[in-house]
Design a protein. Structure first.
Ligand SMILES: Nc1ncnc2c1ncn2[C@@H]1O[C@H](COP(=O)(O)OP(=O)(O)O)[C@@H](O)[C@H]1O
Ligand SMILES: [Mg+2]
Length: 328
């Protein structure tokens, strides 16, 4: 991979210490309407002493789905269990988790579209009637045992709403789609991270980072951390626009957030395939990147920017972009 080893969109850096994580709705920047709606649902559920309705969150990675789930647990004042679809391999694993939940607790299942079908079926009665039926033994001696559960809330997150089966989807009372953030909200996120890590930054510099953040809080935070590194090594007390410019050129990120891999992807389609269409697998092998990562992490932003189009025969660059040779 030709990308800078210091900066990859697909590398999770969220475990780094000394980093700020929003813990309440007021820390959670932007998403005004979503926060208002959820506050009402939370308040109503609390007044009725009931669990919050099951909630399905979907949208590209890094937009704050996991963070929102943890905030929901804080505001509901309940515990949260976090797991991921692909790790729920056996029905027994899910049953064990479900039966350990306390009243009104939250179960967060990330990548819920990757829960195996047999395990997914367990969720149906669990979500609707708060019990699961488990088969014990085999053959003629097999017995079905009903295990009651505490009333709980399932929060599911996915980057692929289309891959959730209709029976599962219909059991979520609330479905929310995440969209890319505005530059102004991302600027707030950069300033918030600077404040909490005690770093001084000019508002221009914060805005430049926000503009290059691909509409994504996770990217804004990563860029901020890398720019902060440059400021530190250069012994600068404040992150200014010129520090940002130097850091971006070092990272291979342009002012619109396009990275070397994006440029190479567009270049391959434009110059090797006459603008496309070209299959995602071909692109992935030419780029030395995994097709799933291209699709989940890189593409949504390029599609959104109108630099790329998806067709049944593969990816292509819109004619108007090709004609203008924009960003290629
Ligand atoms: N609205 C927001 N305000 C402030 N920070 C946010 C917001 N949304 C996400 N973040 C930050 O961005 C990072 C990625 O968010 P995350 O919840 O992991 O995204 P997702 O689960 O959708 O992939 C986290 O470190 C989180 O703190
Ligand atoms: Mg997540």
């Amino acid at each position: 991979m030709e990308q800078s080893p210091f900066f990859s969109l697909s590398t999770p850096l969220e475990t780094v210490e000394f980093e700020f994580q929003p813990k309440s709705f007021s820390d959670y920047c932007g998403q005004k309407e979503l926060k208002e709606k959820l506050s009402i649902y939370v308040q109503a559920a609390k007044m009725r002493n009931e669990p919050l309705d099951h909630l399905l969150l979907f949208g590209p990675p890094g937009l704050g789905k996991t963070t929102l789930a943890t905030i929901m647990a804080q505001v509901m004042q309940v515990a949260i269990r976090v797991c991921s679809g692909p790790t729920l391999e056996r029905t027994g694993d899910l049953v064990a988790i479900l039966s350990s939940l306390g009243e009104r607790d939250i179960l967060f299942i990330d990548e819920i579209h990757r829960v195996p079908a047999a395990v997914e079926e367990i969720l149906y009665t669990a979500m609707e009637q708060f019990y699961v039926d488990v088969i014990i033994g085999q053959g003629a001696g097999a017995k079905s045992i009903r295990i009651p559960l505490q009333p709980f809330t399932l929060i599911g997150a996915t980057t692929k709403a289309g891959m959730i089966s209709a029976p599962l989807r219909s059991r979520f009372g609330i479905t929310e789609r995440f969209d890319f953030y505005s530059t102004s909200d991302l600027t707030d996120i950069v300033l918030q991270n600077a404040l909490h890590t005690k770093v001084s930054i000019s508002s221009d510099a914060a805005c430049s980072i926000a503009r290059a953040a691909r509409g994504t809080p996770r990217v804004a935070k990563k860029l901020f951390r890398r720019v902060r590194d440059v400021a530190q090594v250069e012994n600068k007390d404040e992150i200014t626009s010129s520090v940002v410019t130097r850091a971006f050129s070092f990272l291979g990120v342009d002012e619109n957030g396009l990275m070397k891999l994006d440029h190479r992807l567009l270049d391959i389609i434009a110059n090797h395939f006459g603008g496309g269409p070209v299959g995602i697998e071909t692109l992935a092998s030419m780029l030395g990147e995994d097709a799933q990562t291209l699709e989940d992490v890189y593409e949504p932003f390029l599609l959104r920017q109108g630099l790329l189009e998806k067709t049944p025969r593969g990816r292509q660059i819109p004619r108007s972009v090709l004609a203008n040779q924009l960003h290629i």
